[in-house]
Design a protein around this ligand. Sequence first.
Ligand SMILES: C[S@@+](CC[C@H](N)C(=O)[O-])C[C@H]1O[C@@H](n2cnc3c(N)ncnc32)[C@H](O)[C@@H]1O
Length: 614
Amino acid sequence: MVEVHYYFKLDPNIRNATEVLFGRMEIEGLAKRKVESIRHFYDVMRQPPISYFDNETVRIQDFLLNLRTVYGEIQGYYFLDETLDLTKFIERLGYTREIYVCLEFKDDIDKLKKAVFPFGAEGKNLQVWTSSHDGNHYCLLRIITNMFFLEQINNVILCSAGKPRERQIARMDGNINRLTHHVMENIRSFIPKFPKDSNWKEFEDFVDEPNEITLYLTQFYGPPYKAKFHPRMIRALLNSADVGEGEVTGDFMLGSGTLAIESVLLNVRTKCSDINPLAKIVARAKIDALNFEPKEVLEEIDNMMAALPKTVESSNRDAASFASHFFRGKEDVKDKALFLNRYIKENVNEKYRNFFLCALAKVSSIAYKMRNEPDVFRLIETELWNMWKVIYCFNEIKQFLHVPVNVAEIETDDIRSLSSVGKDSIDLIITSPPYSTAIDYVKMDLAQLLLLGLIKNPKDLDEKMMGTHRKTSDIDELSRHISDSKPFFSDERNRFHKLPLEAQKYILDLKEDGNLKNALRCYKFLYDMWDALKQMHHVLKANGRCILIIGNNVFTVKGEDREFRNGDLLEEIALNKEIGFSRWREKIVREYSKSSYGTILKEDIIFLQKSLQV
Ligand SMILES: C[S@@+](CC[C@H](N)C(=O)[O-])C[C@H]1O[C@@H](n2cnc3c(N)ncnc32)[C@H](O)[C@@H]1O
């Protein structure tokens, strides 16, 4: 029996106790066992067998204790096991930056390396030391997780500016080499130069900067999007449920596509949808690009840029159309974006079409908000080039990093009546309902929805949005439901009295207070979520799991600020026997230090499971 000591060193960018908890949950999910906390790596290096690696050839304290890896209360996790293969941990963990594995060995060291991490590239993401003690041989491996390298692509690009294009490419190559060297050998040379002044910084300082990288790899593609998931958190939740290669994840309010991208990057198949047709284009672009061959895409970009005219004829300016009204004073932006939309659909290779449309969506959003009338053709050239650089770096890094990418099916669909996904077909859903009190999703995407020809009138999409209380045909009926006396005749559409008592009271108080708008808003949100929960339950496999992430709202009711506890209310509704979920684990509350979404100050993470008996 071989005893293998595993040490997981958390990422120094971790900011709070919830992230430390996610770091633990994901290791425990993948290892299917409990782990011990490491409060300080100094405690670890005093313990055998790792203490045998403080000698003339290796000073393990330089690696274990260096500045960049210090967090705070908990620096990492430990467990002792007999299994050797670490691949899953290295490829999947989000909050762990380095893994150390220490064991006694008798066999050939190369065989051992292969058994622990068959895809390890020594000197790039893997270091191996051996040592002897009392006539026994010990081996210590240090491995850097994939997540670290993938997140650093941002910094590689940031530090590789220049002209012409070839120089940028050479700098990216150089910085990828510096990155691997820095993280393997250069660990004693951490000298933050002028931390606040980026002009004076070296590439290595960017790597070491304790800044959280929120959007990595292709996650930054597409127009700005508010209230998206934190990719590392999603990764950790997927790991904590240990979804594997043969399983399927889903998010039917996909938004910017975070769940889909994290799933495929963990080599898990995914089926997702959103009511907003732009979501499909953006998510497809982010996923498709992970499999692009850089040279081919660049040719396609150059071909398009060479084919664009200097000016375009003005399109039909039908004064009555919504778009003409919306783009008044921005006619050149509109004409060029419409031209590009047509060009891409007619001429760009289908394989790359969503990638180009995604760039157009971002450019449309930026150009519409700019004060002047920018040249949309120049903007898209820059945008496509920036997007291309990610593809290039990803492909370079893949030469030593094993990143299997699974497939995604993405559709446009309404979660309240899902038709694009079959019954009993999903293993894990992670989703977040719209923050409709703080964000107007249609307004946020309006320019790009119109310019890509995805909608004609914003009202059509707005009325289908979850929780929309603006649908005129609904208002009277829903207002009638909000009453403390149950209807005399049974009415299928009236759900008010099925809601948790706390919700009924709150909504009634709002109505009595004269705040019908917010009363309707809260009621319609829970009303729609009732259907959404039913649909999610329907498409989950037996024992399938569903994680909901939702912030609470605060409204003024009868002169007081009162919390509308969306999370607890949704959990209670999900557990209603008409819907049929049970609780998989206790909810987690994630507090924000400051809110970026209006009144939402914390998020609840609710863990549900499809009960077998239903
Ligand atoms: C909070 S956002 C999701 C953000 C996402 N988790 C991310 O990481 O970007 C909620 C999403 O729900 C979508 N949505 C609203 N009503 C919907 C409906 N009836 N069916 C499906 N999706 C809907 C919105 O378009 C929006 O993209």
